[in-house]
Design a protein around this ligand. Structure first.
Ligand SMILES: C[S@@+](CC[C@H](N)C(=O)[O-])C[C@H]1O[C@@H](n2cnc3c(N)ncnc32)[C@H](O)[C@@H]1O
Length: 266
């Protein structure tokens, strides 16, 4: 999987830059909502990609480390020379800190980790007591594992076009367009599936809500919040169709958990 992300890194960096539409209008606002006080906070961005979130948090006073298993992604992070610490590491294999962090964030990365539950366990090991983990992932209920599911656009003459996982902009100037519907299926099927980012294939894993919550509880975390963020109204001007689609179906789910005193669940 590392190799896939190494091959994708350059294009990813070019397109992601300081955060794409999804980051700026959905994910950053969700993070802002949860982490209001960033000054001096020790934060790990796990699966940081080109480091856009690290730069954003550091610019607001946080002490940030970014880690990614792709060395090409870490090279991209370092090329910005903005002073955050970056480490090539597989977060499902090693904990980079010992009980000292205030936050561990998985920003759109956990769904790409085969042994995601080990990433969550390592997050627990790295956090100080009272520290928190924030998981932002593709919403398991609306993340079809095959390109023939997802958005289906309908036309007046009865024909349809499937746009799959991609939340493609739909041209409303097309007079034959009559609407679209989102189709989801095989929720319980465990599978790795190919996703194409900027022309490069990478593997993501389908998981149920039960699996995400299960791994959080199993590691000893206390779940403190579940959110289904919608885009900020400011996002409408840039991508009006996409904005409207995402007011219908959430693209992401955000889970917040705290490392508290351990207690036994029945
Ligand atoms: C979809 S990209 C998201 C990158 C970044 N968080 C963002 O939002 O732009 C997923 C990232 O997770 C990284 N990744 C996948 N598995 C990983 C692992 N086991 N440990 C660390 N990083 C991993 C990939 O290399 C890739 O950069």
């Amino acid at each position: 999987m590392k190799e896939q992300w190494n091959e994708t890194a350059r294009e990813w960096d070019k397109n992601m830059g300081s955060g794409d539409w999804f980051q700026r209008y959905i994910l950053y606002p969700a993070i802002e909502e949860r982490i209001k006080d960033k000054r001096g906070k020790k934060i790990l961005d796990a699966g940081c990609g080109n480091g856009h979130l690290c730069r954003y948090l550091a610019a607001r006073g946080a002490v940030v480390t970014g880690t990614d298993s792709s060395k090409e992604m870490i090279k991209a992070c370092e090329s910005y020379r903005t002073g955050e610490r970056y480490v090539v590491s597989d977060i499902t294999r090693e904990a980079l800190f010992s009980e000292e962090l205030d936050w561990v964030i998985f920003n759109n990365s956990l769904q790409d980790m085969e042994h995601f539950e080990r990433g969550i366990a390592n997050a627990y090991a790295m956090l100080a007591e009272g520290g928190r983990m924030l998981i932002l992932v593709k919403h398991p209920c609306f993340h079809p594992d095959s390109q023939d599911l997802g958005w289906r656009i309908r036309f007046e003459d009865g024909t349809t076009t499937d746009t799959g996982q991609g939340l493609t902009e739909i041209s409303r100037s097309d007079k034959r367009y009559t609407g679209e519907v989102f189709r989801t299926d095989r929720y319980f099927e465990k599978s790795g599936h190919t996703r194409v980012w900027f022309g490069h294939a990478t593997t993501s894993y389908s998981r149920t809500l039960e699996e995400y919550f299960g791994a959080i509880f199993e590691s000893g975390f206390i779940l403190t919040g579940v959110y289904e963020p919608r885009p900020l109204p400011e996002g409408e001007r840039e991508k009006p169709d996409l904005y409207r689609l995402l007011l219908r179906i959430p693209n992401y789910i955000v889970l917040e958990a705290v490392k508290g005193k351990k207690y036994e669940c029945k």
